[in-house]
Design a protein around this ligand. Structure first.
Ligand code: ATP
Ligand code: MG
Length: 452
């Protein structure tokens, strides 16, 4: 391993590449062992004591160099998953496309990956590529250098070791951290074809770090964006959550549009964005989500998906209702259609799609407040989300303001005041707007029907 490292260093030190690999000494970087989780340090120590190399790599190093707080630490090693597994009781090897070890230290799980090699050197059962150039399997092992060039972006390919406290940079990641650039390692188009999710990752890191996507890295995005269709909807759903629910959703939304990726993720939302209210609703929902994450409040994909798909659902409902279907079944049909078409792009697990539909259904019921309806509605498990959603619809100008304020007051009122609010509504002839919301096709009372 050491020999191959030395020979690779010699190879890279040819004129023109003289600065790589760059080994940044302890005194020349601001990364400290104290910033790294105890579990990750334990994993590194145990691997090193068993004679293996061990480095922190990826987001852990990148975010610490930028003064941020990494959400986790990943370890790269020359131990195979099986060799590493022996060192950690209760650890598990997971993944097919990439086999990695989940090392359990106390309550923390540290992902340990074996240095990857060049997949062209592997057997078919170790590395496999689809007709589109997509990597189906990538389990050929290699050394630190080959591992570095298999990673996606230069800023994600910095390796820190407690054995000497140095940072190893094979791809120019230190320079790109300084210049705030997301740069693909190798030929961007080839790397996107190997794994189209890298297109989303480029945007995600640019938004999160407030970095620029370097020109050559950005150039193929528009043309290759349709490759996202080849990604399993379940994986895309996970990516969407990372894109939109990590605290930088609004900026990510803008960047995904700018790089022509958005309409491959949310085509039904994208098709509505030329309408100001739809664009505004999407922005507001993402901005709220970002704010709630900053405030450590709970966020749910159900609400965000409800907001992103609503403009299409609402317009489809109006189209169906225009043909004479009453609004309630029209909404159900519209919801079914739009949800179905979204599922072909990103999965929506049932635990989110059911509350999403409830938020939509409640939009029809919130105007109907007569009798004991308001009280019952306010006790609905999805009331709060539906109310927040109603406020967004008013704020973006989709519906005129008023109803939201009524519900705000209702929630703050005591029992007596609530009854008075409902009485007042009925005196003014409101509160049971079933008729109005049926699109004018009022069902005749039974007696009237019989008399004909
Ligand atoms: P964060 O965890 O903050 O979202 P990260 O950079 O740690 O960011 P992970 O998804 O945790 O991202 O992946 C860890 C590392 O694995 C990355 O930094 C990168 O080096 C490598 N990696 C992850 N996904 C890919 C991919 N699709 N192609 C190539 N390398 C990847
Ligand atoms: Mg990570």
């Amino acid at each position: 391993m050491l020999n191959s490292l030395i020979s690779s260093i010699k190879r890279w030190r040819k004129p023109g590449r003289s600065s790589l690999p760059r080994i940044v000494a302890r005194s020349d970087h601001n990364l400290s062992r104290r910033d790294i989780s105890r579990a990750a340090l334990t994993v590194m120590k145990r691997l090193q004591e068993a004679g293996f190399q061990a480095y922190i790599v990826g987001g852990g190093v990148r975010d610490l160099l930028l003064g941020g707080h990494p959400k986790d630490f990943d370890v790269a090693t020359d131990a195979t998953p099986e060799e590493a597994k022996k060192l950690f009781r209760g650890s598990r090897i997971v993944g097919r496309r990439f086999r990695i070890l989940h090392a359990r230290i106390g309550r923390e799980i540290i992902e340990v990956t074996t240095f990857r090699g060049h997949h062209s050197e592997g057997e078919e059962h170790e590395a496999q590529q689809s007709e589109h150039g997509m990597l189906l399997r990538d389990n050929v092992y290699g050394d630190l250098e080959s591992d570095a060039v298999r990673r996606d972006f230069t800023v994600n390919a910095l390796y820190y070791t407690t054995d000497g406290f140095e940072i190893h940079d094979y791809t120019g990641g230190m320079r790109d951290i300084e210049q705030r650039k997301i740069r693909m390692i190798g030929d961007p188009a080839t790397r996107y074809k190997e794994d189209p999710v890298r297109m989303l990752r480029a945007v995600r890191f640019a938004a999160k770090l407030d970095f620029e996507i370097e020109d050559k890295t950005a150039a193929p995005l528009e043309e290759l964006a349709p490759l996202l269709r080849n990604i399993a909807p379940a994986r895309l759903f996970d990516e969407v959550l990372k894109l939109l629910m990590s605290g930088y959703g609004e900026r990510t939304f803008e960047l995904l549009q700018r790089h022509h990726l958005w309409h491959h993720l949310f085509p039904d939302n994208a098709a509505m964005l030329d309408q100001p209210a739809a664009l505004e609703l999407s922005h507001l929902a993402l901005r709220n989500t970002d704010q709630r994450i900053r405030d450590d409040k709970r966020v749910t994909p159900a609400f965000l998906y409800a907001a992103l798909l609503w403009p299409a659902v609402y317009s489809e409902q109006q189209r169906i209702a225009g043909k004479g279907t009453p609004p309630v079944p029209a909404l159900a049909q519209a919801a079914q259609k739009v949800t179905g078409s979204q599922l072909a792009h990103t999965a929506i697990p049932k635990r989110f799609s059911i509350p999403m539909r409830e938020i939509w259904d409640l939009q029809q019921r919130l105007p109907q407040r007569g009798g004991s309806r308001a009280q019952r509605l306010s006790e609905h498990p999805r009331f709060r989300a539906a109310y927040d959603f109603l406020l967004l619809r008013e704020e973006c100008g989709e519906i005129p303001p008023g109803l939201g304020q009524w519900w705000t007051d209702f929630q703050q009122a005591d029992g007596e005041q609530r009854q008075e609010m409902v009485r007042k509504l009925q005196r003014n002839g409101g509160g049971n707007k079933r008729r109005g919301s049926r699109g004018g096709r009022r069902r005749r009372p039974r007696a009237e029907q019989k008399s004909q």
